[in-house]
Design a protein around this ligand. Structure first.
Ligand code: PGA
Length: 263
């Protein structure tokens, strides 16, 4: 136990998975694991980000968990409030359904849905104004890393949102560093490389806000039970955003346990 002052977060990003019956079974298995060997809320916050379609049913299923496991939206509209915007879900609509957390800036949204910095800024601004907590994802591509631009790219992504986040709103932001080349590829950044980037992110955040020293910075990209303990031991890695491995209850539970054990 390192006794880190920052409570870690372990969040499952289900992406466009799974089918209904599998989701139900997964959640029931996960709740059973928590019941048999509870991970205390003060040792690790837990969240699951299902599809928008499944958010309500996952929320209901999680309500009977032995401890809080927060439903997290994978996305939010850049339009605030309500109105004639077919297909969109605003921050206010999420909040109205007691959804308090949202992922913004995931590389898959940046890449496949052309979410530029200005679109992300609108999302960040609306989400914060509606009272949501944001898990803001940053990360460089393989090409950017090979060209020695990783740090610059990641710090720029942090600076981008700094233009719309008000001083007191930083407490509602969790950063997730996800090198794009490590997402879904089975390649994880080495704990040393991940820690080095996390330390740079922390230094950058501290220049922007006094809250930087106490903000959780999660790592994402092929996190699994086999590498979670090593990643969790790094001082500036305060949790994980887990894709593939969160689709298996036992793997997700083990990752949560690895981070909870650092408290
Ligand atoms: P992965 O995905 O764990 O499957 O690499 C992580 C993510 O994209 O959040």
């Amino acid at each position: 136990m390192s006794g880190s002052a920052i409570t870690p977060w372990v969040v499952g990003n289900w992406k466009m998975n799974p089918m209904q019956a599998d989701a139900k079974a997964l959640l029931q298995d996960f709740k059973k694991l928590l019941q048999n060997n509870e991970i205390k809320e003060q040792d690790c916050y837990l969240g699951i980000a299902p599809t928008m379609l499944a958010l309500g049913s996952v929320q209901s299923e999680l309500a009977s968990s032995v401890r809080p496991v927060y439903p997290v939206a994978q996305d939010v509209s850049r339009i605030a409030g309500t109105g004639a915007y077919t297909g969109e879900v605003s921050a206010e609509l999420l909040k109205d359904q007691q959804i308090d957390f949202v992922l913004i800036g995931h590389s898959e949204r940046r890449e496949f849905f052309a979410e530029t910095a200005s679109i992300l800024n609108e999302k960040v601004k609306n989400a914060l104004n509606a009272g949501l907590t944001i898990i803001y994802c940053v990360g460089e591509s393989l090409e950017q890393r090979e060209n020695g631009q990783a740090e610059q790219v990641v710090l720029q992504q942090i600076c981008d949102i700094a233009t719309v986040v008000q001083a007191e709103q930083w407490k509602n932001i969790v950063v997730a560093y996800e090198p794009i080349w490590a997402i879904g590829t089975g390649k994880t950044a080495s704990p040393e490389d991940a820690q080095a980037m996390h330390a740079k992110i922390r230094a950058g955040l501290t220049q922007i806000t006094p809250l930087g020293a106490s903000m959780a910075i999660l790592y994402g990209g092929s996190v699994k039970p086999e590498n979670a303990v090593e990643l969790a031991a790094c001082p500036d890695i305060n949790g994980a955003l887990v894709g593939g491995a969160s689709l298996n209850a036992e793997s997700f539970y083990k990752i949560a346990q690895a981070f909870a054990n650092t408290k």
